[in-house]
Design a protein around this ligand. Structure first.
Ligand code: C2E
Ligand code: MG
Ligand code: MG
Length: 903
């Protein structure tokens, strides 16, 4: 780390600083980039601890000082009180001794020298006090004493004797303690003058007392073990003293006590004999040149204070420990907090550094805590550049702003609730898609938003998903719309229909659905090509958009369209809308030069009348449309409950037909074709019948149409050819002359099946000559996919199968097509024959057909001849053959044996 020497602030020399900085960093301290250590904060806790210690000990020292002063003052007062009591005591004692001297001196003066001193004392004080009373004559010779066994002795040299003898004015003298010459032990003596009757000096009376008696006042309860009592003369010498357990006399008195009547002071250890510091007080004994001294050991007097002092010191020690602990703890905590703050700051730094590279916006919010400790708001602590870009403001301006300031009101409130929850629970919250173009909070239209608690704050990640979202929207549009017509497709219909139904359910209203299916669209596709088919669908889509009214249009696929009307419609209104649609669709349109017209069948259903949901509604309308187709196309059918039953019945029939095929329940009936001019049978038409175990004999009109709607017709057709060939073979074997037998072939067989191959196989299998089998086709059947039909028919022609046009006159066949397909016979439809010969129009049509057939060299067969008149009329017109109930109904083969010619 490089630190400029010129940098201000508290620095250390480079190498040491490096080590310290390393150490500081190691313990988690934040070291500024400049290498400056946070000394202030580092020293804060120790300094605080030190200040606390100083304060604590200052207060304690002050308290102790006060306590000591108080205790010393109390000790002195106590010693003064003791001195006062002692002074009283000494006063009484000395007065007593003095009285004794007076009494004895008086008696001596009265009675003369021969007196019994002991008896006198006993007479005066009973019991006799522990004093020794002696009498000395004017020369100092002791001549009487209360001490038993005393020996005369001279005291002439003694100071107390001399003091009285040499000073005629002196009456009493309290001398220094000396070893008495009579008592032979230390004695304090009170000496009084005895005067002769003439007033001259007559000797002295001496009352001696053991010095210890003066200190009997000492009471350990009151004065402790190291107290002091003593009585001294104003001459400055102790007559008797007791210091603790030591007794003494003769010690010098303190100078002040010699001059002042009373006083007190603390004597140092050096000032006392036993080296004890004492509070000493003295008082002058009233009436005597004596000073009563009392002293109390300071150690004993201050014992309570010392105890208290120790308590204070202990408290101080404890407090110090506490403060030290507080400092250490504070320091440790601070270090930890610093370490955490540093970690957080590093995390934040790393987070931002890492986040700067990404395309996501990162925001770190910190809570604004209320009185309850819960966040009342959030403040932006940090944001990366991408985040600032999203908010379209510079980072510096964003940082520090509150959520209210950053987000518009409603979004702000929502986010506050979210962040509060994240902050409280610690859970991560995600909203993968938020549309924010309206709120204006971000520059993006769509964002994904994630919030997670991070430390004491909330970390928010915002991703711009506008592009993805728009891409998804585009994909979804493509998935839900038809590319050709741009209309919603089946996938697009479902959600919209469900929504419409949901809203109808809520408001108690209705939804109508019209199902439109184009009629013969396939033919356009097949004949004019797919491009024309596509164009047709586009035109139909546009027409439906125009005719839809309030509804919306979808193309389900193929030629199926729907219109949904989100309104209450009556059945009449629906039928009317359907008809309007059909009319609009059926308008002729120009497709690359060809003028084309397609019809449509419409089924309609209503929610909630016919369905419980969208799927059911679609199915119901589809069913109705199916019925419309069944009902002849180009019509509108509104869903009815019975429709489903009809459809079910058909499904049931279809299922039974399959079973019938399996069980071979079909048989062929044969109807003869008669040559009109001769009445001879010229051929037979094979007509299929179903011998149903439950329904009886079922005619083809009841099942052929249904069979034609599925592959079933192919199997029935094959079965018919097979049976017809087998019958021909049987008749041949039975000896009948070979007659051509025609089989009916439906359009689907011609378009889808391989009818030529089937017939060829059957003929070969039954060894029937090709000329014996003919096929009957309707005109419309030949019109559909004429190229394929032509190929099939050409193959049949090649093997020798003749072609008959059935129900001729009802369809739209062109003469050129008839020629091209090389048909052989025209079978005039029964409808032209029915009203002959009376119906003029019928007559003309029949005549026209016959002459046309003759012109094209085609044979003509009249169908449905029921009367002789019809037969005659047709014969006269030149019609070659006829077929009808007049000649014979379709019969089982065994019933025909009578009319079939034998070989
Ligand atoms: P179609 O081919 O035109 O057959 C003639 C129908 O007219 C027959 O009805 C026949 O019984 C009826 N018919 C004949 N003479 C008279 C008459 O004088 N008066 C009246 N009122 N009717 C007469 P059928 O057998 O019920 O057949 C009806 C239709 O079913 C047939 O009409 C044909 O289109 C179809 N069909 C019958 N068998 C087959 C078959 O094997 N395959 C196919 N694809 N269609 C068949
Ligand atoms: Mg026929
Ligand atoms: Mg016919």
């Amino acid at each position: 780390m490089k630190v400029e020497p010129s940098q201000a602030g508290r620095r250390l020399a480079a190498p040491r600083r490096g080590a310290l900085v390393l150490w500081a960093r190691a313990i988690g301290w934040k070291v500024e980039a400049s290498g400056r250590l946070p000394w202030l904060r580092l020293c804060a806790f120790p300094a605080l601890g030190l200040a606390g210690l100083c304060l604590l000990w200052g207060v304690l020292a002050w308290k102790i000082e006060l306590g000591e002063q108080e205790a010393r003052r109390a000790a002195i007062e106590h010693s003064q009180a003791v001195a006062f009591a002692y002074e009283q005591y000494i006063g009484r004692t000395v007065r007593q001794m003095d009285q004794m001297t007076r009494f004895v001196a008086f008696e001596r003066e009265r009675r003369g020298p021969n007196i019994d001193v002991g008896g006198l004392i006993e007479a005066l004080v009973s019991p006799a006090p522990p004093v020794l009373v002696s009498l000395a004559d004017a020369d100092g010779m002791v001549y009487a004493s209360s001490k038993p066994g005393w020996q005369p002795v001279s005291i002439a040299d003694r100071p107390h004797f001399r003091a009285i003898k040499d000073h005629p004015d002196a009456t009493i003298y309290i001398g220094q303690t000396v070893v008495g010459r009579i008592s032979k032990q230390p004695s304090a003596q009170v000496t009084r003058r005895i005067s002769n009757p003439d007033g001259s000096f007559g000797g002295t009376v001496i009352v001696s007392m053991e010095p210890r008696s003066f200190t009997a006042f000492y009471d350990t309860d009151r004065m402790g073990e190291e107290g002091l009592v003593g009585v001294a003369g104003t001459d400055g010498q102790f007559r008797a003293v007791r210091e603790g357990a030591r007794y003494g006399f003769g010690e010098p008195l303190w100078a002040a006590a010699k001059t002042q009547i009373a006083g007190a002071f603390v004597s140092s250890e050096k000032q006392s004999e036993d080296g004890v510091e004492r509070a000493v007080a003295w008082r002058r004994v009233e009436g005597y040149p004596l000073v009563a001294v009392a002293g109390l050991s300071m150690a004993e007097e201050l014992a309570d204070f010392e105890k208290m002092k120790r308590i204070y010191e202990r408290m101080g020690a404890l407090g110090s420990l506490g403060l030290l602990a507080f400092s250490a703890l504070g320091l440790a905590l601070h270090v930890r907090i610093e370490a955490r703050r540093r970690a957080i700051s590093q995390t934040k730094e790393a987070y931002r550094t890492a986040s700067e590279g990404t395309s996501d916006g990162f925001f770190i919010f910190s809570p604004i805590l209320g009185a309850s400790g819960e966040p009342e708001g959030f403040k932006l602590d940090d944001v990366n550049e991408r985040g600032a870009q999203m908010m379209a403001k510079p980072r510096e301006r964003l940082i520090g702003q509150t959520l209210d300031e950053l987000a518009p009101p409603r979004l702000g409130e929502e986010l506050l609730a979210v962040y509060q929850n994240v902050w409280d629970s610690g859970d991560t919250w995600r909203d993968p898609e938020i549309f924010c173009a309206e709120s204006g909070a971000f520059c993006q239209r769509w964002i994904s938003h994630q919030a997670a608690r991070s430390g004491n704050g909330v970390a928010v990640t915002i991703r711009d998903i506008t592009e993805t979202k728009e891409h998804d929207e585009r994909l979804q549009w493509v998935a839900e719309h038809d590319a050709l017509t741009q209309l919603p497709n089946r996938h697009g219909l479902k959600p919209r229909l469900d929504k419409a139904i949901e809203s109808a359910r809520e408001r108690g209203g209705k939804v109508a659905l019209l199902f439109v299916d184009l009629d013969a669209f396939k033919m356009v596709n097949d004949t004019l090509g797919h491009a024309a088919g596509d164009r047709l669908l586009q035109i139909i889509g546009e027409r439906m958009q125009t005719a839809r009214g309030e509804g919306w249009v979808c193309r389900l696929g193929g030629d199926e369209f729907t219109i949904v009307i989100e309104r209450d419609c009556s059945r009449e209104e629906l039928a009317e809308t359907g008809r309007r649609l059909i009319a609009s669709i059926s308008q002729p349109m120009d497709l690359g030069g060809s003028l084309i017209r397609v019809g449509a069948s419409v089924g309609a259903a209503l929610y909630p009348d016919n369905a419980r949901d969208g799927d059911e509604l679609l199915k119901a309308a589809d069913l109705a449309m199916y019925c419309a187709k069944e009902g002849g196309k180009g019509v509108v059918e509104i869903f009815e409950a019975g429709m489903a039953k009809k459809i079910q019945a058909k499904a049931e029939l279809e299922r039974e037909l399959f079973a019938a095929l399996e069980r071979d329940e079909f048989f062929l009936a044969y109807q003869p074709k008669i040559e009109l001019s001769t009445g001879v049978v010229r051929g037979l038409e094979a007509l299929v019948r179903w011998q149903s175990p439950t329904r009886g004999v079922v005619p083809p009109l009841q099942f052929i149409e249904l069979a034609e709607q599925s592959e079933l017709i192919l199997r029935i057709g094959e079965m018919v050819v097979e049976k017809a060939c087998a019958q021909c073979a049987q008749w041949r074997e039975e000896g009948y002359a070979p007659l051509p037998v025609s089989v009916n072939v439906s359009a689907r067989q011609l378009q889808k099946g391989d009818i030529a191959q089937i017939i060829e196989n059957s003929l070969r299998r039954h060894k029937v000559p090709a000329g014996q089998i003919e096929i009957e086709l309707t005109e419309s059947c030949m019109m559909e996919n004429p190229d394929y039909a032509q190929t099939q028919l050409r193959r049949l022609k090649e093997i020798g199968v003749r072609i008959l046009v059935d129900d001729f006159g009802t369809g739209y066949s062109s003469l050129s097509l008839l020629k091209r397909l090389e048909v052989d016979v025209l079978k005039m439809d029964r409808s032209f024959i029915r009203d002959l010969p009376n119906d003029a129009e019928g007559r003309e049509i029949v005549r026209a057909i016959v002459s046309m057939a003759q012109a094209l060299r085609l044979e003509v067969v009249a169908e449905g001849i029921e009367t002789q008149e019809q037969s005659d009329f047709l014969r006269e017109l030149g019609c070659g053959e006829g077929q009808g109930f007049h000649f014979g109904r379709p019969e089982r083969p065994e019933a025909l044996s009578a009319i079939l010619p034998k070989l």
